[in-house]
Design a protein around this ligand. Structure first.
Ligand code: NAP
Length: 251
C-alpha cells in the first residue's frame, strides 16, 4: 500500500482541514508527493505537511485562492517547480453560504459558485496542459449528495456541486484519449468545520435517511479518492461515486 502511488505528484486543493486534509495524508501514505493547498489557514496546512514528513513522505504547502484564475495558475506552477510533474489533481476546496433562495444575497450565490465550481475551470485548465504532455493524469473532483438530490437552503451549493458533475463528465470525454481520467466523489455527511453549524433537525433527518445510520469519517472519503487516483482505477472515467452511507439512493 505504501508504494502504490510512489513517484506520483498530487495537488490537493483545500487540504489544510477536514476532508482535504485526510485526502492529502492518504495520498502521501500511499507514496505520492503532495502539494497541500490552503486559502487562509497557513498553520493548519503546515501541520499537514509536518505530519506527512514525520511519516517519511514529501509535501509542500502552497497558499492560493483557487476561485481566482491567476492564483490557481500559480498553484499548479508551484507544484511543477517543486516536483516537475503533476499526476493527480484533487479539487476538494469548498464552501457554503446556506440560505433559502428568497433570502439569499447575490454575493452568497456568487461566492459558492466561484469557490466550488469556477475553481475547477481554473485548476484543471492549468494542470491538464501538463497531464496531456505526460499522457497521464488522474483528476478527482469532490461533489456532494446535495449536487445529486438537492438540499433545502442550498440552491447555491447544490447548483455548484451539480455543476462539478457536468464539468467532470465533459472533461472526461475531452481528455480520455490522452490517458487522463476525470471522476467525481460525492460525499454524504461528514463531521468537519463545514457541517459544524448544521441545524440539529437537519442532522437528525440525515441520519434517519442514511441506511448506515451514521456520519462518514474524512478518511472514508479519502480512501475512495485514493482509489480513483490510482492505476487500479485505469478503466474508470466520468464516474460519480457516492460515499455517503447510502443516503442518496434512499431519497
Ligand atoms: P472544510 O472543513 O470547511 O475545509 C475546507 C477547505 O477548503 C479548507 O482547507 C479551506 O482552506 C479550503 N478552502 C476554502 N475556500 C478555498 C479557496 N477559495 N481556495 C483554496 N482553498 C479553499 O470543508 P470539508 O467539509 O472538508 O469539505 C471538503 C469538500 O467536501 C468540499 O468541497 C465540500 O463541499 C465537500 N463535501 C463535504 C461534505 C461534508 O459533510 N463535510 C459533504 C459533501 C461534500 P483554509 O483552511 O485555508 O480556509
Amino acid at each position: 500500500m505504501g508504494h502504490q502511488l510512489a513517484g506520483k505528484v498530487a495537488v490537493v486543493t483545500g487540504a489544510s482541514r477536514g476532508i482535504g486534509r485526510a485526502i492529502a495524508l492518504e495520498l502521501a501514505r500511499r507514496g505520492a508527493r503532495v502539494v497541500v493547498n490552503y486559502h487562509r489557514n497557513a498553520e493548519a496546512a503546515a501541520a499537514v505537511v509536518a505530519q506527512i514528513e514525520a511519516d517519511g513522505g514529501q509535501a509542500l504547502a502552497v497558499q492560493a485562492d483557487v476561485s481566482d484564475f491567476e492564483q490557481a495558475q500559480v498553484l499548479i506552477q508551484a507544484a511543477l517547480d517543486a516536483y516537475e510533474r503533476i499526476d493527480i489533481l484533487v479539487n476538494n476546496a469548498g464552501t457554503t453560504r446556506d440560505q433559502a433562495l428568497m433570502m439569499m444575497k447575490e454575493d452568497e450565490w456568487d461566492t459558492v459558485i466561484q469557490v466550488n465550481l469556477k475553481s475547477l475551470f481554473n485548476t484543471c485548465k492549468a494542470a491538464a496542459r501538463k497531464m496531456v504532455r505526460q499522457r497521464y493524469g488522474r483528476i478527482v473532483n469532490i461533489s456532494s449528495v446535495a449536487g445529486i438530490a438537492g438540499q433545502f437552503g442550498q440552491t447555491n451549493y447544490a447548483a455548484s456541486k451539480a455543476g462539478v458533475i457536468g464539468f467532470s463528465k465533459s472533461l472526461a470525454k475531452e481528455l480520455g484519449a490522452r490517458g487522463i481520467t476525470v471522476n467525481v466523489v460525492a460525499p454524504g455527511f461528514v463531521p468537519t468545520d463545514l457541517t459544524a453549524d448544521l441545524p440539529d433537525d437537519l442532522r437528525a433527518a440525515a441520519m434517519e435517511h442514511t441506511p448506515l445510520k451514521r456520519m462518514g469519517e474524512p478518511e472514508e472519503i479519502a480512501y475512495a479518492v485514493a482509489f480513483l487516483a490510482s492505476d487500479e482505477a485505469s478503466f474508470i472515467t466520468g464516474a460519480v461515486l457516492p460515499v455517503d452511507g447510502g443516503i442518496v439512493m434512499s431519497g
